[in-house]
Design a protein around this ligand. Structure first.
Ligand SMILES: Nc1nc2c(ncn2[C@@H]2O[C@H](COP(=O)(O)OP(=O)(O)OP(=O)(O)O)[C@@H](O)[C@H]2O)c(=O)[nH]1
Length: 430
């Protein structure tokens, strides 16, 4: 008898869970690393941008001051406020300049422009541009070929911190935005690559394992991973295939052993071990369901004489023939017929009351007689006969399982005492 094994999937069927899936983990990790790398790279780029911007601004202002220096010196020398005004306005009209002043050599203002943006100072603007905000240049005027250059005034300006910072931030937003986009696109490409070449084949393997019948693991739907035959994934599937086939062999050997351990080697019917298991199980069921349970003990009459005169080989053949005939009298879907030991057999009849059991016992006795195996040395009959003890019970919870067996055994003993080739019984109260 094959042991029943539950059918259940090796793992939960259906799609792999989204949360915590390999693809999601890969996507998150890749994105995290990409963001970290782009963060570090962005910071370096940021520093370089800040340095470049400072240099560019300084250069531009120095150039502008150099360009207007001559004209401003002229205005200072001539004390010409209109010219000074034009020059100062030219510088001031550039958004970069927040305050500009042109003065003569006595410090008197010829022109001055001031913007409210001068007050827009933040820690960032101070940190980035604090040391390059202020510019002051002396205005040198060349009066004549035989005269040295004379300082006739000065031009002074202050850069607009707020404007510079805005320009810087605008650049940074672009840089950061582009880096984030780059990181995102790169990580998506990496994730798509991993999903296509690793996760998807692994999901195929997982789906195949999920569909595998645990009773027949060797017949699993081995997935064909195209392009992975010779790589680690291909080796994984091959190893899994070997493992599942070996597992299946083990299961088959176990079934075979289980079958052998429950079958009587000579007659091929159930053995004592299977009888014990079946009987104990049926006893408990009968107790729970409050149903009758019957047992018939069957013993071949004068078998020693049979063996002695016809030989042991003939005795074995006879035991097989008797077992076969007796086995055909019971319902294998409900009852159990087993060799109890030697020339003794037993029937367990679940749900059968005393009268049913007597009927079956008579059928068993007739079945042996109808074999018409000659037994010239029997004290009972010219053919081989059997004696039987029948016992039935609706087991209560305080009766031991052995009680029914003992009763059937006692009745068999009486059958032998009363002349053999008979069914002996006595109704027992429940
Ligand atoms: N050939 C053969 N004989 C067996 C086997 N098992 C038990 N026997 C024989 O069965 C005989 C049983 O003898 P007894 O216990 O004296 O019983 P009996 O001769 O049938 O007498 P009653 O039971 O009183 O009718 C012995 O001679 C055993 O050797 C077996 O597997 N093969």
């Amino acid at each position: 008898m094959k042991s029943p094994r539950p059918r259940f999937p090796l793992s939960a069927p259906g799609k792999a869970p989204k949360k915590g899936s390999l693809t999601t983990k890969q996507a998150l990790l890749t994105l995290l690393f990409a963001m970290l790398i782009s963060g570090v790279a962005g910071s370096i780029e940021l520093l370089s941008h800040a340095t470049n911007m400072r240099q560019e601004t300084e250069q531009r202002i120095t150039q502008q001051l150099a360009v207007v220096n001559g004209a401003a010196a002229e205005a200072a020398f001539q004390l010409n406020p209109d010219l000074a005004h034009q020059i100062a306005y030219g510088l001031f009209s550039d958004n970069e300049v927040a305050w500009v002043s042109i003065r003569d050599d006595f410090g008197r203002s010829l022109a001055e422009f001031d913007s409210p943006e001068r007050a827009d100072s933040t820690w960032l603007s101070q940190y980035l541009f604090g040391d390059i905000l202020h510019h002051q240049t002396a205005l040198a005027y060349y009066i004549g070929s035989d005269m040295p250059e004379a300082i006739v005034g000065e031009i002074e300006l202050t850069l607009a911190e707020g404007y510079l910072t805005q320009q810087f931030l605008a650049r940074i937003y672009t840089v950061v935005g582009v880096s984030i986009l780059e990181a995102f696109i790169l990580s998506m490409l990496v994730v798509a690559f991993f999903h296509l070449f690793i996760t998807r084949p692994l999901l195929k393997v997982h789906a195949a394992i999920t569909q595998t019948d645990p009773n027949r693991p060797g017949q699993w739907p081995k997935p064909a991973l195209r392009g992975h035959q010779h790589d680690e994934l291909g080796h994984l599937v091959d190893s899994l295939d070997h493992l599942l086939k070996a597992f299946q062999q083990g299961l088959e050997q176990r079934d075979q052993l289980h079958h052998l351990s429950n079958i009587d080697g000579l007659t091929g019917v159930a053995n004592r071990r299977q009888f014990d298991e079946f009987y104990q199980h049926q006893w408990r069921l009968a107790q729970q369901m409050q149903q009758p349970l019957s047992v018939i003990f069957i013993d071949i009459d004068n078998f020693k004489e049979f063996n002695d005169h016809y030989g042991h080989t003939m005795g074995d053949d006879t035991l097989r023939a008797v077992a076969k005939a007796l086995n055909q009298c019971i319902d294998p879907a409900r009852d159990l017929f087993a060799r109890y030991g030697g020339e003794e057999f037993v029937c367990v009849l679940p749900g059968q009351d005393h009268d049913d059991a007597i009927n079956i016992a008579n059928c068993l006795r007739e079945a042996v007689l109808s074999l018409a195996i000659p037994h010239a040395f029997s004290s009972t009959h010219s053919d081989l006969t059997v004696s039987m003890g029948v016992a039935s019970m609706s087991p209560g919870f305080f009766i031991s399982a052995e009680a029914l067996i003992e009763h059937a055994d006692q009745h068999l003993y009486h059958a032998k005492r009363l002349g053999r080739n008979r069914v002996e019984t006595r109704k027992r109260p429940a």
